[in-house]
Ligand binder design. Structure first.
Ligand SMILES: NC(=O)c1ccc[n+]([C@@H]2O[C@H](COP(=O)([O-])OP(=O)(O)OC[C@H]3O[C@@H](n4cnc5c(N)ncnc54)[C@H](OP(=O)(O)O)[C@@H]3O)[C@@H](O)[C@H]2O)c1
Length: 224
């Protein structure tokens, strides 16, 4: 396959880049920092011109793995009283508008039968009092995936609803709280970026050729 991966410099995106390359795929990476992709474009997902430039070079692709995510922990653990408009607009801009920008920029590159995968999160399904703007943005991403699946008939569009995966994200969480995260999963541990990447790869690949408009929950049973 020839695939585009956003968030390629990140924990889960990086794991997907390595997995796809190990299976002989050609990977086009996108993030502000560099990645291990075969070719990399240092684009901000809010910079449509940069994304369009990458798309002009990229040629036909079999899939887009849209895995970038707002990474500022300052929006976490805020009460309803403390949350403000900016907390929401920042996450929505990067996670939702940024994801749409990537789809729009690469629309002409998508081959018939190709696949788009978004990185959502279990709070989109069950809510979360610690990261309300994040949960709301990931919920919007699920709705966007379903809407695009209907709009782009023939191009499959799905999402992964990830539980706690050990990346930079979980390094911000206090030890004691991390133990609680682990206990909430049925596997008794955090997921590995490589485990998330395997699920994303399945949705990207023809192995999931009749699956579209779905959210695949990859959370070690946390949300049950
Ligand atoms: N880890 C978890 O527990 C978990 C759970 C549920 C869902 N998720 C989701 O999974 C995805 C990947 O998470 P991760 O854990 O791998 O996080 P990560 O290591 O922090 O990676 C985030 C990626 O997003 C990119 N990014 C952020 N803002 C960007 C922007 N404005 N323009 C371009 N790229 C941008 C970063 O690249 P640059 O900084 O180089 O631009 C980085 O590659 C995210 O969507 C996250 O919400 C993660």
């Amino acid at each position: 396959m020839r695939v585009v991966v956003t968030g390629a410099s990140g924990g889960i995106g990086g794991a997907l880049v390595r997995l796809a390359k190990s299976r002989g795929d050609f990977v086009i990476g996108i993030s502000r920092r560099r990645s291990e992709a075969d070719v990399h474009y240092q684009c901000d997902v809010l910079d449509l011109k940069c994304l369009e430039g990458a798309a002009r070079d990229a040629g036909p692709v079999d899939g887009l793995a849209i895995l970038h995510g707002h990474g500022d922990p300052s929006i976490w653990n805020k009460s309803v009283e403390d949350l403000n408009e900016r907390d929401f607009t920042e996450v929505f801009r990067i996670d939702v508008v940024g994801a749409f920008n990537v789809v729009k920029a690469f629309l002409g590159n998508l081959k018939p039968g190709s696949s788009i995968v978004f990185a959502a999160s279990t709070p989109a399904l069950v809510g979360d009092i610690y990261g309300m703007p994040y949960a709301a943005a990931k919920g919007a991403l699920l709705a966007l995936a379903k809407s695009l699946a209907k709009a782009l008939r023939g191009v499959r569009v799905n999402a992964v609803a990830l539980g706690p995966i050990a990346t930079r994200w979980t390094s911000w969480i206090a030890e004691e709280e991390l133990r609680r995260f682990e206990e909430r999963t049925l596997m008794g541990r955090l997921g590995l970026p490589e485990e998330a990447a395997e699920a994303i790869y399945w949705l990207l690949s023809p192995a999931s050729s009749y699956v579209t408009g779905q959210a695949l929950i990859v959370d070690g049973g946390e949300s049950l």
